[in-house]
Design a protein around this ligand. Sequence first.
Ligand SMILES: [Zn+2]
Length: 378
Amino acid sequence: MAIQRCSKCVLADDFPGIRFDEQGVCNYCHSWDRRWKHFDYQAAERELVEIFETARSKGRAYDCLVPYSGGRDSSYVLYLCKEKYGLRPLAVTFNNLFMSDYALKNIFSTVPRLGVDHVMVTFRPDQLKQFYRAMILRGGEFCSICTSGINYVTTLYQRKFKIPLVLSGVSSRVDEQSPFEVTSTHPAYVRKVLLEAGFSRQDIDALLIRRQYELPALEKVKLKLLDADFISLNVPDYLPWDNQEIQRVLEEELDWQTPDRKQDHIDCCFAPVKSFLKSKQIPGCIFKQEKYSQLIRDGQMTRAEAMSSLEQAIANEHVPPPEFSDFLQFFALSEEGVANPEGRSHLDYITKEDTEIQESVFYKMLSIPWKLVKVIRS
Ligand SMILES: [Zn+2]
């Protein structure tokens, strides 16, 4: 049977949770329109500036922490923090062990140019490699380990300096917003896989440091009372994220070397392998269609362009990318080892309910006087 695709974006009829209206437009397009079509960037920027002011008024060693991959968006966030909004950022990089030369080069040119403090953390490289390996073999992917590492360094330094804000370069407007059925990097899943692979709880907990949203109610209250909690937000969700302007800043003001303007994730050597492994989990290039659909909605790509790229990607989905042999060698894996004929993924380990935040009644009750205090204060 022929695949039906949304008449506006390129999502297919087997995409999780998809519904079409009479015009053949999907519910994901409609919810994107509701949020972004008439988005008031002026109001959003005012809100952002207010958040920045509050952070600055705390007088900490750093006003904000920027998880810094050396990619385009996080570099631009760092630039905006320092140059446009006059914040004191701390840039924090997790060395995932396969950062690209471009990323490293750009980090070492951007950081001194902007004059910001920067830390790069390498976490037990031998152990980390074993974690990745176990995840590839059991979960069919490796991004969840990297995500855990980014959270590890972010949480570690946020706590160390009590930094009130964490600012990321992820965009809800143009980056893929995968539903749970497609992708999860949730710590509950990572923990389960690594436990099953035989790692000790102690070793796992060393990397999978608890995130703010995972803390029990009392600890959250304690953080708030000590003023040690933090707000985490995506800067591109508050400001127009103009690709041409970003490129200009990177090249002219930060002396960037960009390999290919069209490529995503120039910061990771194995990014093409990510898509290749993804299509073993869910055949039909489900992953690419999400990114293309976001770009169409945002007017950065036409549907015809997206369809032709998607068809090409689907036709080649079983062809390993050039980086594949390096990838296998790096993690001491065989081609058969990563074949994943059963389509293993996070879905074999957790359900959606496992990822939902369980707030206790006690915490909910405590948050009422807390909100009152905030209202009175303002
Ligand atoms: Zn659509």
